[in-house]
Design a protein around this ligand. Structure first.
Ligand SMILES: [Zn+2]
Ligand SMILES: [Zn+2]
Length: 392
């Protein structure tokens, strides 16, 4: 009897769990994924897959050639951990102080290596080339890991036509693929506003230009941008998350620093909001006699955009998997640098639920107790395999 892909994935699932635990035990921060990259490359080479190391830093590529050498799909996993002190109590807990795979990238690597293993057994039958892309530094937020890999040619030789990837999530129950056409994740911009006034005695505010008073007006203005100046039909978040000023109860300070985040799902709106903040804030501060310098973090990730046609085809593929349900979701206002790959090669990014209420696995990503239901990792591996063996 011919084995199904599910049978093959299941037969290899203990190995996937073993790999996941090895990586979980030795988590590495963004741009420092040396051991993880070594393990990945060795695993790919063991499966007889052409491997490139050190792509854009610690990135690793694996390539299998299909019948149609002119068409290539990329499967992407990120491999960095977070500066979190693990508190799961798991026997394979992090051995590194204050470093933890609290976002599940250990599982991403393991599932993609599982898919690479299964696909390597079918290399003669693959309709398209398959490139396995293991990227560093997804958690960085600025430069990230995708951009350096792209600059280093990760999407060429052979040229990648479509990219696919998935993220495990602690907020979605097991048994679910969560997906959306169009924008699925936000562009996560951050801003910094330096307000300069004139300090003095707390009892004589009229002889000062109080940056705290001015900052207060600026925060109100920032929160009015969404409701009074932008289209009400497009999602937008502006949050001031850090305010710093002053040293003592009777001193009006000279300066104040505001920092915050802007989340958008539309590149035009993104530009419009940044431009509004850039013009409104300095002139408002000026009108109070103070000055305000606005800057935005360079290189923030773009909107993660799922190509509608390709995503519909992926939904079709995932819907056929027994024991799993495909749920179409609202966009998430977090950011992801898979967006940079998707800008170059249209494709789809989706989520795999790993929250198991029965087992008490109810912590969200980035929590110090976050972990995944390992029994469901096979459905991530299977999704990669089925997408890779589709004729694109
Ligand atoms: Zn994360
Ligand atoms: Zn993540």
């Amino acid at each position: 009897m011919k084995m199904s892909f599910l049978d093959e994935v299941e037969a290899y699932s203990n190995k996937v769990i073993e790999i996941r635990r090895m990586i979980h035990r030795n988590p590495e921060l963004s741009y420092h994924e040396f051991e993880t990259a070594k393990l990945i490359a060795e695993q790919l080479e063991n499966d007889g897959i052409e491997t490139r190391r050190g792509v854009g830093g610690t990135g690793v590529l694996g390539i299998l050639y299909g019948k149609n050498r002119d068409r290539t799909i990329g499967l992407r996993a990120d491999m960095d951990a977070l500066p979190v002190q693990e508190q799961t109590g798991l026997p394979f807990s992090s051995k590194n102080e204050r470093v933890m795979h609290a976002c599940g990238h250990d599982s991403h690597v393991a599932m993609l290596l599982g898919a690479a293993h299964v696909l390597a057994q079918h290399r003669e039958e693959l309709p398209n080339n398959v490139k396995f892309i293991f990227q560093p530094a997804e958690e960085d937020g600025g430069e990230g890991g995708a951009l350096p890999m792209i600059r280093d040619g990760a999407l060429e030789n052979p040229h990648v036509d479509h990219i696919f990837g998935l993220h495990i999530v602690g907020d979605v129950p097991v048994g679910i693929y969560a997906i959306k056409t169009g924008a699925i994740m936000a562009a996560p911009d951050s801003f910094r506003i330096e307000v300069e006034g004139k300090g003095g005695h707390g009892s004589l505010p009229d002889q000062t230009i109080d940056p705290i008073y001015v900052g207060n007006q600026l925060i109100s203005a920032l929160y009015g941008i969404r409701s009074r100046y932008m289209s009400q039909t497009k999602p937008l978040v502006i949050s001031v998350c850090s305010v710093h000023s002053g040293t003592k109860d009777n001193i009006i300070p000279d300066k104040l620093l505001l920092e915050g985040t802007i989340r958008t799902l539309d590149e035009d709106l993104r530009k419009e909001v940044k431009s509004k903040i850039g013009t409104m804030i300095p002139s408002l501060a000026n009108s109070f006699g103070a000055s305000a310098k606005v800057s935005f973090m360079d290189n923030a990730y773009p909107v993660t955009y799922n190509d509608p046609e390709i995503t519909k085809r992926v939904i079709g593929i995932l819907s056929k998997i027994d024991g799993m349900k495909v749920v179409e979701i609202e966009a998430v206002m977090g950011g992801e640098d898979v967006s940079r790959f998707l800008q170059k090669a249209p494709g789809t990014y989706y989520f795999l639920g790993t929250r198991n209420d029965k087992e008490g696995l109810i912590y969200s990503n980035h929590n110090s107790k976050f972990t995944s239901d390992e029994d469901y990792l096979k459905f991530g591996t299977l999704a990669h395999v089925l997408i890779a063996t589709n004729n694109w």
